[in-house]
Design a protein around this ligand. Structure first.
Ligand SMILES: NC(=O)c1ccc[n+]([C@@H]2O[C@H](COP(=O)([O-])OP(=O)(O)OC[C@H]3O[C@@H](n4cnc5c(N)ncnc54)[C@H](OP(=O)(O)O)[C@@H]3O)[C@@H](O)[C@H]2O)c1
Length: 377
């Protein structure tokens, strides 16, 4: 969706002085003893944003830019952003490898939380101080002030921890939908997943647990894997294995009382996807929703003939069609309530906006395995 600021950004990019000139001051005129700032109620503050002019490696193309104020139209809401995560799909959009992406020049980010700063005269039911998230999410959350129509924003409970409010849609909602939409699971059943340390993975463990469903979890080999296993078990994981531990003839012999899973989740590909398939029972389904290793999935002929496995895919952006928008907000409110009650938690690291390059390096995996990076504005 082309935002007002993005349109402005495009226009501004053609002005040579744009990046270095401060925004023009609001026009002033004087009445006896008072100063009236013409337009001050209809213009946003200037915004500081992470902008990319071309697609490419995010650490090469992302720049911090000062953007001039934009008008706050009748139905617009101007939001002061509080926090926004760096998700793998944000990186893919900037790289130009995500199927749906904003045209360049663009502002990074897709989800986040902010506080209403000002509203247009026709806006009802939202006011300064309210906390809102873009729902469904939309591009351009990596900036200090976002102006979009009221319909984009969903007001949320302000007692929600900020970092959870900022990250509640893309990953937790994916976990929730994938547990619901593919196999009719009952309490006592089991699921298997790779990429268990991801936010989606941590959510799957806990949302499964809430429903009495066991989880078998696969993580990458690493130094300190015992500590990681312990953390996932504290979230409710029944079993956690490193990939190398599963280098055995019969992985199912490693399971004690947990039933064979009918549903598996894959966000890694390569060997890690084959391991998910090995755990599945006859007629089981593996849902692929990510490809972190960038390696293809290889499926043995016998998996089809002798196990009749099904391979499916999930894409939240497709799922969140406009008819689902209302339902989607109810689900988000449910997930937010779980974060407030402590039933849903995941590891994150808040990073001040001025340290964005460090957060980006961590999100790009340059500094090894790191918690989810959440920019704090
Ligand atoms: N299809 C959809 O609609 C949808 C929606 C949401 C998310 N996703 C996808 O879900 C996946 C997880 O997203 P997230 O935000 O939850 O992740 P995250 O919290 O940012 O964590 C990244 C995960 O990827 C793993 N990883 C990173 N590089 C890897 C590599 N080269 N090989 C194997 N594993 C690697 C990390 O493992 P370590 O802990 O070992 O570093 C960690 O588990 C991503 O692929 C994302 O694109 C898809």
């Amino acid at each position: 969706m082309a935002t007002a600021r993005l349109v402005h950004l495009k226009a501004a990019l053609h002005r040579r002085t744009w990046a270095s000139s401060p925004a023009p001051p609001p026009a002033l005129f004087r009445l006896p003893n008072i100063v009236v700032r013409a337009f001050s109620t209809t213009m946003s503050p200037p915004s500081k944003a992470i902008v990319y002019d071309e697609q490419g490696s995010p650490d090469a193309v992302c720049k911090v830019r000062e953007l001039p104020p934009v008008p706050i139209k009748d139905n617009d809401v101007c939001v002061r952003m509080l926090a926004a995560p760096i998700n793998p799909s944000d990186v893919n959009r900037i790289e130009g490898v995500y199927p749906v992406r904003p045209p360049v020049p663009a502002i990074g980010g897709y989800e986040g939380v902010g506080e209403v700063h000002a509203v247009g005269p026709a806006v009802k039911g939202l006011g300064p101080g309210d906390w809102v998230i873009p729902s469904p999410p939309s591009s351009g959350t990596w900036q200090t002030y976002v102006v979009k129509e009221q319909s984009v924003w969903h007001r949320i409970d302000k007692s929600t921890p900020m970092e959870y409010a900022a990250t509640i849609t893309v990953n937790p909602l994916t976990a929730l939908r994938m547990l619901e939409d593919f196999v009719d699971l009952k309490s006592g059943d089991a699921v298997v997943q790779n990429g268990a340390t991801s936010i989606v993975g941590q959510c799957i463990i806990q949302l499964a647990r809430v429903r009495g469903i066991h989880s078998i979890n696969i993580i990458r080999d690493r130094a300190g894997s015992d500590e990681v296993k312990q953390k996932l078990k504290e979230l409710g994981a029944d079993e956690v294995f490193t990939e190398s531990q599963l280098d055995v003839k019969n992985v199912k012999s490693l399971l004690a009382d947990i039933p064979e899973p009918a549903l598996g989740f894959n966000c890694v590909g390569g060997n890690a996807a084959s391991l998910v398939l090995k755990f599945l029972k006859y007629g089981g389904t593996m849902v692929t929703y990510g490809g972190m290793s960038k390696k293809p999935i290889t499926v043995s002929t016998s998996s089809f003939i002798f196990k009749d496995l099904s391979l499916r895919g999930f894409w939240l952006q497709k799922w969140m069609s406009s008819e689902k928008a209302k339902e989607c907000r109810d689900m988000i409110d449910y997930l937010l309530s779980l974060t407030r009650s402590g039933e849903l938690k995941y590891e994150m690291e808040l990073c001040p906006f001025d340290q964005f390059p460090t957060a980006l390096d961590k999100a790009l995996g340059k500094l090894g395995s790191q918690p989810k990076q959440v920019i704090k504005f």
